[in-house]
Write a protein that binds this ligand. Structure first.
Ligand code: GLU
Length: 489
C-alpha cells in the first residue's frame, strides 16, 4: 500500500492537511506500506520560500514523517526513493511527454485563446447564469490553422478533450457510486503556456509513476475527479482508489478559518499542544471508531483506523475537545518524564527549585490537573514563594466557611498540626487527624481543609490541602497557618 501526501509549498501546514496526511499515513502503516511526500510546486507564483521545510518539520513534530520522497534528514530537506524526483518542478519533461501523448491520441488539443477572450467568454456565461466552461473554439481549429499559429509562436496551452457523450462512474470509499456527465466537465488546461502542468495532469502522471495505490484527499477535489479518471483512461493506466474526506468546519459550520480558529499546525505546537493530543483529536474529526474509546495513540490508530468509518459530513473543529484530550495526554506522560520536562520551566522561574529533592512528588500533585506545560510555574509557585492570603479567599460560602468560624478553624488546625510529629507528617495521617477533628468539633471536612489549603497556597485552585501540607513540612505549614491567621485579625 503506497499512499501519498502532496502539499503545495504555499506556507504552513494546515490542520486540515495534517488530518489528510494522518489518514494517509495510517492507511500505509496498517498495511506495512509506504507513506510518500511529494511537493506540488507547479504554481511558481504561489510558492513560498521555506514552506517545504516548514511543512516537513510540522509532520516530524506530529510524529508522522514520510518514508519516501521529500524528507527531512538531520534537519535538511532531501529526497529519498526510487521514483523521484519528488518535486514536480523537477519533472517538467515528463508532463510535457504525456501531454504530447494525449495530443497525438486526440485526447487533448492546443488552445490559443487569449486571456482577454477567455475573460469575456466567462463574463458572458456568468451573465447568462451558465457555469463557466471553455467554449471549445480552438477544438474546431483545422490542423493547418494550428500549424500556422505554432509557426508564428502564438502562446498556447494544452487542454483535455472531454468526451461530452460520456457518463463517468466512480466508486468512492466514503460516498458510494458517483456519476458525472461528460458534457458538464470543462476542457481542463493540462499544460500552461509557460510549460508548467496544472495539478490535474501533474498529479495523475505522478500518482501513476510513483505507484500510488490510494489517493485520500480533501473533498474540494471531488468535482475534478472525472477529469482525473478520464486522464487515467486516456493514458491507459489503472487509476488508484480515490477517497475524498470532508472539510473541517468552524462551530458555525463555515469552512475552518483563521478568523475563528488557528489553522497552522505550528501554532498548536507553539501553544503547547502535545502531538499525541493533536493527532488523537484530528483522527476523531471525521472518523468514528464505533466504540466509546476516545483516547487513541498513534499505534491504536494504525490498528483501528478504517475507511468504512470515515464520515461524509463535515467535522466541526471543537477546541474544547482538543483541550480535553490535551489534558488526558498530559496525564499519560510517565511521572519521571513529566517531572523532568517541567523541572526546567520551574527552575527558570524559581531558582529554589534547583535544590528541591522532592520535586517529583510536587510534579505528581499537578499532573492530574495540568493542561499545558507553561501552566507549571503558576501551579507550583506556592512551594517556592510565600503565598499571598486574603480574608476573601479564606472564607468560602460554598464550603460553609464563614468569617466568624475562622478563629475556631485555625485553632483546630493548629491543634491537629501539633499532634503530629515531624516523622509522622504525611498526607494520610494529616487527613486522618483532620477527619477525627471534624467529629470532635462538629465541623465538616471542607470547613477545615479549605482554609488550610488557602493558607498554604493562596490560590483558589490547587492540589489538595493535606497533600500540599505534607510536602511543605510541619514547620512551614504551621508558619503559613500563623501568617494566614494574622489576616483575620
Ligand atoms: N497539492 C494539492 C493540495 O495541496 C494536493 C491534493 C491531493 O491530490 O491530495 O491541495
Amino acid at each position: 500500500m503506497r499512499t501519498r501526501f502532496p502539499p503545495s509549498p504555499t506556507g504552513f501546514l494546515h490542520v486540515g492537511a495534517l488530518r489528510t496526511a494522518l489518514y494517509n499515513y495510517l492507511l500505509a502503516k496498517q498495511a506495512k506500506g509506504t507513506f510518500l511526500l511529494r511537493i506540488e510546486d507547479t504554481d511558481q507564483e504561489r510558492s513560498v520560500e521555506g514552506a517545504v521545510e516548514n511543512i516537513l518539520r510540522s509532520l516530524d513534530a506530529a510524529g508522522i514523517p514520510p518514508d519516501e520522497g521529500v524528507v527531512l534528514r538531520d534537519g535538511r530537506v532531501t529526497q529519498e526513493g526510487q521514483k523521484g524526483p519528488y518535486f514536480q518542478s523537477e519533472r517538467l519533461p515528463l508532463y510535457r511527454r504525456y501531454a504530447d501523448t494525449l495530443l497525438e491520441k486526440g485526447h487533448a488539443y492546443r488552445c490559443f485563446c487569449t486571456h482577454e477572450r477567455l475573460d469575456e467568454m466567462r463574463k458572458a456565461q456568468e451573465a447568462r447564469k451558465q457555469a463557466p466552461m471553455y467554449d471549445r473554439q480552438c477544438l474546431r481549429l483545422s490542423s493547418d490553422d494550428v500549424a500556422t499559429k505554432l509557426k508564428d509562436g502564438v502562446h498556447h496551452v494544452i487542454r483535455m478533450n472531454v468526451p461530452h457523450e460520456r457518463i463517468i462512474r466512480f466508486e468512492d470509499d466514503i460516498r458510494g457510486t458517483l456519476t458525472f456527465q461528460g458534457h458538464a466537465v470543462d476542457d481542463q488546461v493540462l499544460l500552461k503556456s509557460d510549460g508548467f502542468p496544472t495539478y490535474h495532469l501533474a498529479h495523475v502522471v505522478d500518482d501513476h509513476l510513483m505507484d500510488i495505490d490510494l489517493v485520500l484527499r480533501g473533498e474540494e477535489w471531488l468535482s475534478s475527479l472525472p477529469k482525473h479518471l478520464l486522464l487515467f483512461e486516456f493514458l491507459e493506466w489503472k487509476p488508484p482508489r480515490y477517497v475524498h474526506v470532508s472539510l473541517l468546519l468552524n462551530r458555525d459550520k463555515t469552512k475552518l478559518s483563521k478568523r475563528q480558529n488557528s489553522v497552522a499546525v505550528e501554532e498548536y505546537f507553539a501553544k503547547g499542544f502535545l502531538p499525541e493530543a493533536l493527532l488523537n483529536f484530528l483522527a476523531l474529526l471525521g472518523w468514528n471508531p464505533g466504540t466509546t474509546q476516545e483516547i487513541f495513540s498513534l499505534d491504536d490508530l494504525i490498528e483501528q483506523f478504517s475507511l468504512e468509518r470515515v464520515q461524509k459530513s463535515g467535522a466541526i473543529f471543537d477546541l474544547e475537545k482538543l483541550t480535553w484530550l490535551q489534558g488526558q495526554w498530559m496525564r499519560r506522560i510517565p511521572l519521571l518524564a513529566f517531572a523532568a520536562r517541567i523541572r526546567k520551566i520551574v527552575e527558570d522561574k524559581f531558582s529554589k527549585a534547583k535544590t528541591d529533592d522532592r520535586f517529583e512528588e510536587k510534579a505528581e500533585l499537578i499532573q492530574e490537573r495540568i493542561t499545558f506545560f507553561h501552566e507549571t510555574p503558576a501551579m507550583l509557585s506556592f512551594f517556592y514563594e510565600e503565598p499571598r492570603v486574603t480574608l476573601e479567599l479564606l472564607a468560602n460560602e460554598k464550603q460553609k466557611v464563614t468569617r466568624e468560624l475562622l478563629p475556631k478553624i485555625f485553632e483546630t488546625l493548629e491543634t491537629i498540626c501539633k499532634s503530629i510529629s515531624e516523622k509522622e507528617w504525611t498526607n494520610d495521617i494529616l487527613l486522618a487527624r483532620a477527619r477525627e477533628a471534624t467529629e470532635k468539633e462538629g465541623l465538616k471536612l471542607g470547613q477545615l481543609l479549605w482554609p488550610l489549603r488557602a493558607s498554604l497556597t493562596g490560590l483558589p485552585y490547587s492540589p489538595g490541602a493535606t497533600e500540599v501540607a505534607a510536602l511543605l513540612g510541619k514547620k512551614e505549614t504551621m508558619e503559613r497557618l500563623r501568617n494566614a491567621k494574622t489576616t483575620i485579625g
